[in-house]
Design a protein around this ligand. Structure first.
Ligand code: GLC
Length: 470
C-alpha cells in the first residue's frame, strides 16, 4: 500500500480505506484549540531565515556572459532570457557546485541572528529539485550524487532550528506542465505556445504530488510547507489538486504549518480588506511579499517575506542592500502588527554568503540578544493609532516600547489608562526610568541620548493588560 495512505489508515485505526471519511482527524476540521496548539511555535518564533538557492545561483544574474539586470529577482533568469530548459540547464548545471559544509554555515548564521526557523527552496520555478528524487533526473541526487535537502535539514536540526520547505508548484522544466493553459502563470516559452506540443497537465500534477510525497516522507518532521504560487486564473484544485495535496501533506506531517499560495491571495501584493478573504482550509498563514501591511492582518496569521537587496536568488550585480537598521525596524514593525518576518538570503552556487548578508544577520542577532524578549512570543501592540515615536508589542502585562525617534526633550508619552509598576531599558535593566501619570497617559523621562539608534526598547510593566486612552 502507498506510504501516505498507510499512515492515514494507521492514524484512524481503520482497516478499510472506504471507512476513511469517518476519521475525525480528516473529516472534521481541527478545533480552534487544536489549531492554536499547532500554530504555537510559529506564532512565537517571529523571525525566520528564507533561502533561495538553485541553479540560478550559479548564473549570478548573468546570461551569455552579460549581466541580465542589476535589480529584481534573478531566480527568474530563465524566464527573463526566455531559455528553454535544455539551454538553461546546459549553462547553469556546470556552475552549481555546492561546497561540502555550506548548510552548516547557513544554519549557524540563522541561529546567531536569532532566527527560530529556516525555510529554503526545495525546488524553484526552474524545476531543479535539491533532494534526491526518484521521479526525475533533474535533481541533486542525479546530477551531484548528493541530497542537498537532507544536508540542509540536518544542519538546521543541529542548531535547534525548525525547518521548512519552499516548493514551487510552477515548473519550467517538466515537459507536461501545460504552460499555454496556465493562464496568469509565467513560463519562459509563454510567447511561443506552439513549442508546448501536446501536454497532459494531470501528469505534471502527478509528478508534483510524487515529489511532495518524497519531501514530506523522507526527512523526518517538516515544520513548514511554503508553496509558491498561483494566479486567479490558475489555482487550487484545477491547477494542483490542492485539496488532495494539502490532505496528503497533513496526513504525513500532522504538525506542519502551510502557507496559502496553492490559491491566489491578494495579501501577497496587497489589497483593501485583504484579511477578509482569508480561509484556513486553504492554508495556515498569508504571505505579504516585500511589504508590511499598514495595520497587520487582524485575525489572520501572516508572515512578511523580504529580500536583503532586491533579488531572492543570488546576483553579483545587485548592491541595493537594506541597512541593518532598516531590517531591525522592519522586524519590530512586523512584530508590532502581529506578524512574522521571513528574511531572505541568496547564497552563491557554492553556498557561500556575501559579506553584507552575514553582517546584516549578525546585526539582527546582536539586537535580538538584548531585545529578544520584546519580539519572541509577543503579540501586536494595543494601539489603534500610530505612535509618533515608534512601535509597541505586548506579552502579558509587559508593554514593550520600541523607540525609533528619541524625543528631544526626553519626554515620551505612552497613551495607556494603566498605572505602572516599572519602566526599564532592556539594554540597562537596572536603571529605572521615572514614570508619571497624566490624563493623556503615562509620561516617561528618558535619558538624554538614545542608547541604540536602530530601536531602543523599554519594558513597561503594567498593572494588567494595556488599555489604550481613547
Ligand atoms: C515570488 C517569486 C519568487 C519568490 C517568491 C517569494 O512569488 O516568483 O521568485 O520565490 O515570490 O515570495
Amino acid at each position: 500500500m502507498h506510504f501516505t495512505l498507510r499512515r492515514l489508515a494507521a492514524r484512524c485505526l481503520l482497516v478499510a480505506f472506504a471507512a476513511l471519511p469517518a476519521c475525525p482527524a480528516l473529516a472534521s476540521p481541527e478545533t480552534p484549540a487544536e489549531r492554536d496548539a499547532r500554530m504555537a511555535w510559529w506564532r512565537e518564533a517571529r523571525f525566520g531565515m528564507f533561502v533561495h538557492w538553485g541553479l540560478y545561483s550559479g548564473l549570478a544574474g548573468n546570461w551569455d556572459g552579460q549581466p541580465v539586470a542589476t535589480k529584481g529577482g534573478m531566480e527568474w533568469l530563465q524566464k527573463i532570457v526566455r531559455a528553454d530548459s535544455t539551454a538553461y540547464s546546459a549553462a547553469a548545471l556546470p556552475l552549481f557546485k555546492p561546497a561540502p559544509d555550506f548548510a552548516r554555515a547557513w544554519a549557524r548564521l540563522a541561529k546567531e541572528a536569532g532566527c527560530r526557523y529556516l525555510v529554503f527552496t526545495t525546488k524553484h520555478h526552474e524545476g531543479f529539485a535539491l533532494h534526491d528524487s526518484a521521479v526525475t533526473t533533474f535533481d541533486a541526487g542525479s546530477v551531484l550524487n548528493r541530497d542537498l535537502v537532507r544536508e540542509i535539514v540536518e544542519a538546521c536540526r543541529a542548531e535547534g532550528l525548525r525547518v521548512g520547505f519552499y516548493h514551487s508548484v510552477i515548473d519550467w522544466h517538466h515537459d507536461q506542465y501545460d504552460f499555454p493553459r496556465a493562464k496568469g502563470l509565467p513560463h519562459p516559452l509563454e510567447k511561443s505556445p506552439e513549442l508546448a506540443g501536446v501536454r497532459d497537465h494531470s501528469r505534471y500534477v502527478d509528478f508534483l504530488h510524487a515529489q511532495v510525497d518524497e519531501l514530506v516522507s523522507n526527512y523526518g518532521a517538516v515544520d513548514v510547507l511554503w508553496w509558491d504560487f498561483s494566479s486567479k486564473d490558475f489555482q487550487g484544485d484545477v491547477a494542483w489538486r490542492a485539496t488532495e495535496l494539502i490532505a496528503k501533506v497533513r496526513a504525513a506531517q500532522p504538525g506542519i504549518v502551510m502557507n496559502n499560495r496553492l490559491y491566489a491571495a491578494s495579501t501577497v501584493h496587497g489589497a483593501a480588506d485583504e484579511h477578509k478573504e482569508f480561509d484556513v482550509s486553504r492554508g495556515d498563514f498569508s504571505t505579504p511579499e516585500q511589504r508590511i501591511p499598514d495595520n497587520g492582518l487582524p485575525g489572520v496569521d501572516w508572515e512578511t517575506c523580504m529580500t536583503l537587496n532586491t533579488t531572492w536568488g543570488y546576483s553579483e550585480h545587485d548592491h541595493a542592500w537594506k541597512s541593518p537598521r532598516t531590517l531591525i525596524r522592519h522586524l519590530v514593525d512586523i512584530a508590532s502588527k502581529g506578524g512574522n518576518f521571513l528574511l531572505n538570503i541568496g547564497p552563491r552556487a557554492d553556498g557561500s554568503l556575501t559579506d553584507e548578508t552575514i553582517a546584516s544577520f549578525r546585526a539582527m542577532g546582536d539586537w535580538l540578544g538584548t531585545n529578544g524578549e520584546s519580539i519572541y512570543g509577543t503579540t501586536a501592540g494595543p494601539f489603534s493609532r500610530p505612535l509618533p515615536w515608534g512601535r509597541a508589542t505586548v506579552k502579558g502585562s509587559s508593554l514593550y516600547l520600541h523607540v525609533f525617534d528619541w524625543p528631544a526633550d526626553g519626554r515620551l508619552l505612552v497613551p495607556v489608562e494603566n498605572t505602572t509598576a516599572s519602566a526599564v531599558l532592556l539594554a540597562a535593566p537596572d536603571l529605572l526610568i521615572p514614570v508619571s501619570r497624566a490624563k493623556e497617559g503615562l509620561w516617561l523621562s528618558l535619558p538624554a541620548a538614545m542608547p541604540d539608534p536602530s530601536a531602543t526598547v523599554i519594558r513597561l510593566s503594567l498593572d494588567g493588560a494595556a488599555i489604550e486612552v481613547r
